[in-house]
Design a protein around this ligand. Structure first.
Ligand SMILES: Nc1ncnc2c1ncn2[C@@H]1O[C@H](COP(=O)(O)OP(=O)(O)OP(=O)(O)O)[C@@H](O)[C@H]1O
Ligand SMILES: [Mg+2]
Length: 261
């Protein structure tokens, strides 16, 4: 089973961290034991976005050999487990990304999914997460520079013995989604496992340090992420619908019987 997934892109700013946090939260909501790890050890953002930016032990200390991975696991939103990275320059310098593979051995048995938020670019700390995962998911924007860099990352992943299992197209608009998805599959030679619309709620949720899927669960953004999570978790799409329709039926019944139920 594919359980260690690296979320990568090539080009910076395509939405890797946003996807990692929200997809991770949704997988956890589907009852999957899910960890997310901020492997962007130079420009860590995960902690900042979910209110775990002031923790004593991070992936920096673990990769520096100063702490065990168990000490760097924190409770995140919606049942998610989070391994944040530090933000200090010294911590970055002391962290050795080569240790990542050994670190993973200590957590894979404890989870159903581990999502690794990778850095942009093709630095050493960016390449290692491509090689150590069971599968790589590329987050691509519907623009040429993003597609070209994603293609480079796909080739690099294969060179280092990794495997791209799919593409998420992020920041689509209703007019271009279908065309863009077809183009991506053709150019990247990889399956598009979902598309996520551009959504102003992303910035508001970041300011509130809450995943969008929890803050705006009924938004198109959240529905898209839910579909992708259901696919990865092997949950029937119908089940997604059932969850919400059950809640609706409950609410409806309560309103009808006014507390007699
Ligand atoms: N679907 C979306 N709709 C609107 N804004 C988005 C969406 N996805 C990401 N963004 C915004 O784009 C910016 C970059 O997102 P994010 O930090 O997730 O990208 P990244 O790939 O992790 O970046 P980096 O390469 O710097 O690590 C952020 O300001 C985020 O709020
Ligand atoms: Mg990021």
């Amino acid at each position: 089973m594919v359980k260690v997934l690296t979320i990568a892109s090539g080009k910076g700013g395509t939405g890797k961290t946003t996807v990692t946090i929200n997809l991770g939260t949704m997988l956890a909501q589907y009852g999957k034991k899910t960890f997310i790890m901020d492997a962007d050890i130079g420009m860590a953002n995960v902690g900042l976005l979910i209110g775990l930016d002031n923790v004593p032990v991070t992936l920096h200390e673990v990769l520096a050999g100063k702490a065990s991975i168990q000490e760097a696991i924190y409770d995140g939103p919606g049942g998610l487990k989070v391994i944040p990275s530090g933000i200090s320059l010294q911590g970055f310098q002391e962290a050795n990304p080569e240790r990542l593979k050994d670190v993973l051995k200590d957590i894979v048995d404890r989870c159903d999914f581990l999502l690794i938020d990778a850095p942009a670019g093709i630095s050493r700390d960016g390449v290692i997460p491509l090689a150590v995962a069971d599968g790589v998911i590329l987050v691509v924007n519907p623009e040429l520079s993003s597609i070209v860099d994603a293609l480079k990352t796909k080739i690099l992943t294969e060179v280092v013995g990794g495997n791209v299992i799919g593409v998420i197209v992020n920041r689509t608009s209703p007019e271009n989604t279908e065309y863009v998805v077809q183009k991506m599959e053709k150019v990247l030679g990889a399956n598009v496992i979902g598309s996520i619309p551009d959504d102003p709620g992303v910035k508001k949720a970041a300011a509130a340090k809450t995943p969008i899927v929890l803050k705006y669960p009924l938004s198109d953004f959240s529905r898209s992420v839910k579909r992708i999570a259901a696919k990865l978790a092997g949950v029937q799409a119908a089940e997604t619908a059932e969850v919400s329709s059950e809640k609706f039926v409950d609410r409806f019944a309560r309103a009808l019987f006014r507390g007699k139920r």
